[in-house]
Design a protein around this ligand. Structure first.
Ligand SMILES: NC(=O)c1ccc[n+]([C@@H]2O[C@H](COP(=O)([O-])OP(=O)(O)OC[C@H]3O[C@@H](n4cnc5c(N)ncnc54)[C@H](OP(=O)(O)O)[C@@H]3O)[C@@H](O)[C@H]2O)c1
Length: 272
């Protein structure tokens, strides 16, 4: 979005504007109709406003977009969770619609969404195969993947196995490229809106065929509660590659734009 993507469609808020979709922090004020939160509570969450705008000292959220922060990780680590972990959960549970014992292939397993997807797949009891770059194979193994492939040797489309779902986090491929690897009724899920993935999602929403889906993350407090619970049970661990002071926010954005981030980066706006 910083480079102008979606400026004519979903992100038309005028520039200059604040960026950022997810945060952690402490409650400084509570609306009249809000229940369950008090001033001083540690919270984490994601705005459903497509353009974002919550990387500011005081951000406003709907009650349904936030949750109490997990108690066993730092607030900084909690800030890395809402967008990426909810995307991974909603892709696996709702779009892949896989259940315990089924087999999933995750492409782009070392990044923000991917490193949560591997851990959530494991928490869901899935057999998890994962694809990442050569320097991150050990990291992805440490997240609990059953098999890890380095895409310089074995790109996702060349993994010789059968899957109930492919979650293409990096979004490089299309569903038809996995036709030999997907079981009958299997689903390809992408994170990236492109003509084939948008078309597949439209067809799925019309109830015609659900073989290609596009995840569209929506923040909700129930999913954040599930994720918080997994974190507190030790099943999910956010990995923060680096935290940048707010003065270096542009550097944080450039790091993400490199498409080489391991886990997530954070921007620190001050002590919470
Ligand atoms: N639709 C939605 O609701 C939604 C929500 C969230 C994010 N997204 C989108 O999902 C995508 C992933 O987000 P993210 O936060 O996970 O990104 P990210 O953290 O920036 O992803 C970086 C990862 O991409 C991997 N990568 C680079 N080249 C690759 C390749 N050729 N094949 C496989 N993996 C490769 C890198 O792995 P190595 O370093 O190991 O090479 C790196 O770990 C982005 O396009 C983002 O915009 C969509």
């Amino acid at each position: 979005m910083r480079t102008g993507k979606f400026r004519r469609t979903l992100a038309r808020d005028p520039l200059p504007r604040a960026s950022g979709l997810d945060v952690s922090g402490r409650v400084v004020a509570v609306g009249e109709r809000v229940s369950g939160f008090s001033v001083g509570d540690a919270v984490f969450g994601m705005t459903n406003h497509f353009s974002g705008g919550v990387h500011v000292e005081v951000a406003r959220f709907q009650q349904g977009e936030i949750q109490h922060a997990p108690e066993n990780v730092s607030l900084e680590a909690a800030s890395a969770v809402p967008l990426a972990a909810q995307t991974a959960l909603q892709a696996l549970r709702d779009c892949c619609a896989v259940t315990k014992g089924q087999r999933v292939l995750i492409n782009g397993a070392s990044g923000g969404v991917g490193h949560f997807a591997v851990q959530i797949a494991r928490a869901m009891g899935l057999e998890t195969h994962a694809v990442c770059g050569p320097s991150n194979v050990d990291f992805v193994k440490s997240l609990g993947a059953d098999a890890v492939y380095d895409y310089t040797n074995t790109p996702a489309v060349e993994v010789r196995s059968r899957f109930d779902a492919v979650f293409d986090v990096f979004g490089k491929f299309t569903g038809s490229m996995f036709s030999d690897q997907l079981e009958r009724g299997g689903v390809y899920v992408s994170t990236v809106p492109k003509i084939p993935t948008l078309g597949g999602e439209l067809v799925a929403r019309l109830g015609v065929k659900t073989s290609s889906r596009l995840v569209q993350v929506q923040s909700n407090s129930q999913d954040l509660l599930q994720i918080k619970t997994w974190i507190e049970q030790g099943l999910l661990q956010p990995h923060v590659q680096r935290s940048f002071p707010v003065e270096d926010a542009a550097q944080a954005h450039r790091q993400i734009e490199s498409k080489r981030t391991v886990g997530k980066v954070c921007i620190a706006l001050g002590a919470a």
